[in-house]
Design a protein around this ligand. Structure first.
Ligand SMILES: Nc1nc2c(c(=O)[nH]1)N[C@H]1C(S)=C(S)[C@@H](COP(=O)(O)O)O[C@H]1N2
Ligand SMILES: [Mo]
Length: 390
């Protein structure tokens, strides 16, 4: 049982959600992964201002109180770093060597971005919206100091669910998650959700910032030749949480448990294989199923013979995307969403310890479920957890 994030690098902090211990639909803030490119800025609420400018009719400078007075909206969304799972790639890739835990699911509250953009009044030629964070630093191939910055295409910026978020799971944002205000782009890889917002600019040209031309890009060969794509929507993916890699199971019924997510879509299904991908059986989805949100799943696996087994989970989105069996080399060190096999041993001597989910937990409506989960410690968050072992 982890009580904290798993540190990958200390300065700046890059740390994972302890995903082996995830039992709840909502990831508690203190366990939610952190991805920082530069040292974390320390901001005081009194002095903090949000500048809104560029191709707008009325440039704005907003205090936190100004923002808090605007209409608020709440969205549940999974956030995954585009480099999540990088350490599992057989061809080594540069970047933070993430395991499986650069992902979490939270309830985000803030002002829809379009409300602020409407106040400022976008000029008709606006093509993208650029977001700049307070954090500054350098990269090996970019020795001049720069602020972390990213842009969004206008349609995604104006989406009612794209938020200037100040609360996470009902609490004020923590410094590491972007206090006092961050962008939240539901369904997109985390890099789009700029933390510690300082400025927002409407621009009439394509923004060519470092974090969308040099990093966080995918090279694709298409009919039009080589194309550089900026990572955007998260791809469909599942993660086996239980059993852990190398775990020993018993003859009889073993409960497999995990999560799956599908970017802007909801998860339509998760299939499980225990024979290295030759045959697949549908898992049971547990709890809420919603766009942007991960869904928990379980699968009661009946095993008759001892031996080594290779398990895999394969998620499908409501939009018809299916998790692939292998990593697309064109993605490089990003968008790593293939079904990662997991080998376990089954022994005759182990006792059967698993029980299925109770019907009650499946009946929860999404908000009640989330609220219950947020008030419970992680290890008791799902009442049906048998308490046996993990
Ligand atoms: N200002 C700023 N915003 C940022 C980053 C950053 O380094 N600086 N990292 C991005 C990346 S790559 C990810 S995956 C998410 C992670 O958000 P979290 O640290 O709250 O989990 O923040 C994004 N926003
Ligand atoms: Mo990221």
């Amino acid at each position: 049982m982890h009580e904290s994030r798993k540190l990958v690098t200390a300065a700046p902090e890059n740390s994972e959600t302890p995903i082996d211990d995830v039992r709840s639909w909502v990831t508690p803030n203190r366990l939610f992964f952190v991805r920082n490119h530069f040292a974390m800025p320390e901001l005081s609420l009194d002095r903090w201002r949000l500048r809104v400018g560029g191709a707008v009719q009325r440039p704005l400078e907003l205090t936190f109180d100004d923002i808090a007075a605007l209409p608020e909206r709440t969205v549940f969304a999974t956030m995954e770093c585009a480099g999540n799972g990088r350490s599992f790639l057989s061809a080594k890739q540069a970047g933070v060597p993430w395991g499986a835990g650069a992902v979490g699911h939270a309830e985000w509250t803030g002002v829809p971005l379009h409300v602020v953009l409407q106040r400022a009044g976008l000029k008709p030629g606006t093509r993208e919206i650029v977001f700049e964070g307070h954090d500054t630093g350098t990269e090996a191939d970019h020795p001049q100091p720069m602020n972390f910055a990213r842009s969004l295409p206008l349609d995604k910026a104006l989406d009612q669910d794209t938020l200037l978020a100040y609360r996470m799971n009902g609490e004020m944002l923590e410094p590491s998650h972007g206090f006092p205000l961050r962008l939240l782009v539901p369904g997109w890889y985390g890099v789009a959700s700029v933390k510690w917002l300082r400025g927002i600019d409407a621009v009439e040209q394509q923004f060519r910032g470092y974090y969308q031309t040099v990093k966080y890009t995918i090279q694709r060969v298409t009919g039009r030749g080589q194309e550089t794509l900026v990572v955007g929507p998260m791809a469909v993916k599942s993660e086996i949480i239980r059993p852990r890699a190398g775990e020993t199971l018993g003859i009889g019924t073993n409960r497999l448990f995990g999560v799956a997510w599908a970017g802007p879509d909801a998860v339509a299904g998760v299939a499980i294989s225990h024979d290295a991908g030759r045959s697949w059986t549908e898992a049971q989805l547990i709890g809420p199923r919603a766009p942007y949100s991960w869904t928990m799943w379980e699968y009661l696996w009946e095993v008759a013979e001892p031996g080594a087994y290779t398990l895999a989970a394969r998620a499908t989105s409501t939009g018809g995307q299916v998790q692939p069996a292998g990593h697309d080399p064109a993605n490089g060190g990003y968008q790593i969403h293939f079904s990662r096999p997991r080998t376990v041993r089954v022994e005759r001597t182990r006792r059967i310890i698993d029980q299925p989910a109770t019907a009650d937990i499946l009946q929860y409506d999404m908000n009640a479920f989330a609220e219950d989960n947020m008030r419970l410690p992680l290890d008791v968050a799902l009442a049906f957890e048998s308490g046996a072992g993990i």
